[in-house]
Design a protein. Structure first.
Length: 196
């Protein structure tokens, strides 16, 4: 082949090379990491368990944080500050009432729960306006969950798409199969089709 001749590469080979470079870039850390997406965001964390608050503070150290361990403390903070997002426990702090306050102030809320982990509470969280629903079993992924919310809002898409992409299999195992999705198919399709 002379220097002026173009190599004879098929489209298939070019696509394979492109995919390789995308994977290499991702592995090199050139992809936007969740920590970068949430860096500097103002976050309220509400939970009645101090060890959970401590863990979340450590995991979200790249954010500006306020914490509350009771409903009254959280209510006061929500009414006085404009957070980028609120992370709300459901049990112990009356998370659904706090969700109403968050919604009235246009603050997206992520419901983080252990004791209220059920398909009914997932549905209720979505119906009442939560942006995300996550299990405390996956607390180490909290930065990714928050990034999912911010990226979805920026894209004008429902964060629930990312909830199901990221946690769908977890929920299937926890809720004893996919029957809960089948029973709620119309509702799930509706929340996934809405923008935020």
């Amino acid at each position: 082949m002379t220097p002026l001749q173009k190599p004879d590469l098929s489209v298939d080979i070019l696509n394979k090379m492109l995919n390789f470079f995308k994977i290499a870039n991702f592995m090199d850390g050139n992809q936007m990491k969740p920590e970068k997406v949430i860096d500097g965001r103002y976050v309220l964390i509400v939970d009645d368990e101090q060890d959970v608050l401590d863990s979340l503070v450590e995991l979200l150290d790249m954010c500006r944080l306020d914490t509350a361990s009771s409903f009254s403390e959280a209510k006061k903070l929500l009414e006085e500050n404009q957070y980028d997002i609120a992370v709300l426990d459901i049990m112990g702090v009356d998370g659904y009432e706090l969700l109403k306050i968050s919604n009235s102030r246009n603050i997206p809320a992520l419901m983080l729960t252990a004791h209220a982990l059920s398909s009914d509470n997932l549905k209720r969280s979505a119906e009442e306006g939560a942006a995300y629903y996550a299990p405390k079993d996956k607390i180490n992924d909290i930065a990714s969950f928050l990034a999912d919310v911010f990226e979805s809002i920026d894209e004008g898409k429902s964060p629930w798409i990312k909830v199901f992409d990221r946690l769908g299999r977890f929920f299937d195992k926890r809720f004893y199969g996919t029957h809960w999705r089948e029973e709620q198919k119309e509702f799930i399709d509706k929340i996934m089709g809405q923008g935020y």
